[in-house]
Design a protein around this ligand. Structure first.
Ligand code: EPU
Length: 419
């Protein structure tokens, strides 16, 4: 199994190109199932989750044509509306095909995802939403089956108990082909939801309010093809912002979207970093001064993203004073704290709170990644640590960070993938 070797203590300088957002690309791929016409997607990140989703689309019956800067998807002919366990177990976001398949084919059979390293992560809100659009849901041998009424899904009112990102995306896709108007209340406002809505609108969907808590969809009889570039990855952006700060360097992030990372920019500035946004696609982060403690509470967008919590915890180990993390989105997202402790961090956990006392000297050792963002946290800690850090189970990183080791090497990190 591949590992990452990092020799810490080198400040990073230079430019990092930001890739397309994994979490915007996944629903965009699912959306290609809504039409028999060609959908061309640009800026798809070359990461394992995107390849898994592409395999799932091919299993369902899509034809996929790759070219150097885009990928075309055509879902016509007989589709087999099934997401099998083997794919769903490696990627929970497979449940994003539930809505489009129920909308387009009138039925969908998707394996239940099972356990997850960051919490129980049920999909009950996806299912309740589909019921509101007229679908019958049943569970059978580990699979969820959604069956639309004879004439197809019908518009309905959905109120999410709490905002759910993929739940909102799933139902948004289902509602585009439902008869009549649907209203999604307490919807997620993440930029990835807005990007999906923009793609669907290009395909002919009638959607208002994406990016607010109330999204209205007027169903149409069919959708057509489109050409769409995925937004930049705000979590990858945030991760390299922390890399600049924790290494004591100065990085310029190219091809980013600063307005999507405002909550992270604010916290970086509170921690004493110099963050500038010289234009609409560039962010610079420099850290010449000592870092100071900062408190973070994760929240749905536009709050501080839970997907940046682990990386910030690594940063907090290098801040003077006591920092607190309050994780409110997922119930079990502190696995990285135990590994950071093994590197010398002073962290105590109490339920959904973590207290980090800094600044501590981190020393390199063997550490184990438990999920994608936890892995990123350990890489960042490795950049600041003395000696060699070996990050095991880097397949988690490969699910969501495009060429992470190459990008870090290019700005001066001593990091390499070892078989
Ligand atoms: N929830 C339910 N029932 C549901 C759906 C969600 O109780 O039916 C709960 C979850 O357990 C969680 C909260 O609602 O406590 C919010 O979860 P959400 O549904 O928003 O998460 P998600 O859609 O499964 C996406 C991202 C995650 C990111 C979260 C939160 C994708 C593919 N995944 O997950 O990204 O952490 O939103 O922002 O978009 C990652 O990229 O590393 C990652 C985990």
């Amino acid at each position: 199994m591949q590992k990452l070797h990092i020799e810490g203590g080198r400040p990073l300088f230079g430019h990092v190109p930001i890739s397309g957002a994994k979490n915007a690309a996944l629903p965009a791929l699912a959306a290609t199932l809504l039409t028999a016409d060609t959908v061309r997607l640009r800026r798809l990140p070359n990461v394992v989750d995107i390849r898994t989703m592409t395999t799932l689309l091919q299993n369902i019956g899509s034809a996929v044509k790759r070219s150097p800067d885009s990928c075309e998807f055509v879902a016509k002919g007989d589709l087999d509306p099934v997401a099998p366990y083997d794919l769903v177990k490696t990627m929970r976001a497979s449940s994003l095909v539930l809505g489009p398949l129920a909308g387009r084919c009138g039925r969908a059979r998707v394996s239940l995802p099972g356990g997850c390293a960051i919490g129980s992560r049920p999909i009950d809100m996806h299912l309740a939403g589909l019921r509101s659009l007229g679908a019958t849901i049943r569970q059978d041998r580990g699979y969820i089956e959604a069956l639309a009424p004879r004439g197809g899904l019908v518009g309905g009112r959905i109120h999410f108990r709490r905002p759910t990102v993929t739940g909102t995306e799933d139902l948004l896709m289902a509602a585009t082909l439902a008869k009549g108007e649907s209203v999604l209340g307490n919807a997620a406002r993440e930029p990835e939801v807005v990007d999906l809505a923009n793609l669907l609108i290009k395909m002919g969907a009638r959607i208002r309010g994406a990016g607010t808590s109330t999204i209205r969809v007027e169903g149409v009889a069919e959708l057509g093809g489109a050409d769409h570039a995925i937004i930049p990855d705000r979590i990858e952006t945030g991760t390299y912002m922390v890399a600049a700060a924790i290494s004591g360097g100065d990085l310029t992030l190219d091809g980013a979207q600063p307005e999507h990372v405002q909550p992270v920019i604010r916290k970086m500035r509170s921690a004493g970093c110099e963050v500038e946004t010289p234009d609409a696609t560039t962010i610079t982060v420099a850290n010449g001064r000592p870092l100071i403690s900062v408190d973070v509470t994760t929240r749905e967008h536009p709050g501080f993203p839970t997907d940046m919590q682990a990386q910030f915890m690594a940063l907090m180990t290098q801040c003077e004073g006591e920092s607190t993390v309050h994780e409110t989105v997922f119930e079990n997202r502190f696995m990285h704290a135990l590994e950071l402790q093994r590197m010398g961090a002073a962290i105590t956990i109490d339920g959904s709170f973590a207290n980090v006392r800094g600044k501590t000297r981190l020393s390199g050792t063997d550490v184990m990644a438990s999920d994608l963002r936890a892995s990123a946290c350990l890489v960042l800690a490795g950049l600041a640590a003395e000696g060699r850090t070996v990050v095991h189970r880097i397949y988690h990183l490969q699910r969501g960070y495009e060429r992470l080791a190459d990008k870090l090497q290019a700005v001066g990190a001593n990091i390499r993938v070892v078989d």
